[in-house]
Write a protein that binds this ligand. Structure first.
Ligand code: SF4
Length: 60
């Protein structure tokens, strides 16, 4: 009886990630790289990525 439908990440502190909702990962499937005691999420994507298209560079 191994109900393994949950994400491997139950809680994520990276609130700047677009998949993070109330400290929960909504990405479904993610990639994590482990180095020593530290886990780094490779699926991390900045929440403001969808706003980032050239709007900040008006006066070139
Ligand atoms: S994708 Fe990674 S960084 Fe983003 S909420 Fe999920 S576990 Fe956290």
């Amino acid at each position: 009886m191994n109900d393994d439908t949950q994400s491997m990440v139950s809680r994520c502190d990276a609130t700047t990630c677009r998949f993070n909702e109330d400290m929960n990962c909504t990405a479904g499937q993610i990639e994590v790289s482990m180095s020593g005691q530290t886990a780094q999420c490779l699926t991390f994507a900045p929440a403001d990525a969808m706003n980032e298209s050239q709007s900040a560079r008006a006066d070139n």
